[in-house]
Design a protein around this ligand. Structure first.
Ligand SMILES: [Zn+2]
Length: 74
């Protein structure tokens, strides 16, 4: 309805939980496996151990980007 389709906050939170748990995320709206890309790896000049995951649903084209830090396993 309003420009680019986005997930709402609850859906993003759920997706982030999937990623952190090491699961392959599934679009909460379409129930299809999402395309997962890693962004970064130091090319952003952020200096430290940081990377981003970009999830795209191949059906509804919604996407979400998460900042994930490595080594936060506790
Ligand atoms: Zn979808």
């Amino acid at each position: 309805m309003s420009g680019a389709a986005r997930y709402d906050a609850a859906e993003e939170r759920w997706l982030r939980g999937q990623v952190r748990a090491g699961e392959v995320p599934v679009c909460p709206r379409c129930d299809v496996t999402m395309t997962r890309r890693e962004i970064g790896g130091g090319s952003f000049g952020l200096g430290y151990d940081r990377h981003r995951e970009w999830l795209i649903c191949p059906r509804c084209k919604r996407s979400a980007i998460f900042d994930l830090r490595r080594g936060t396993r506790t």
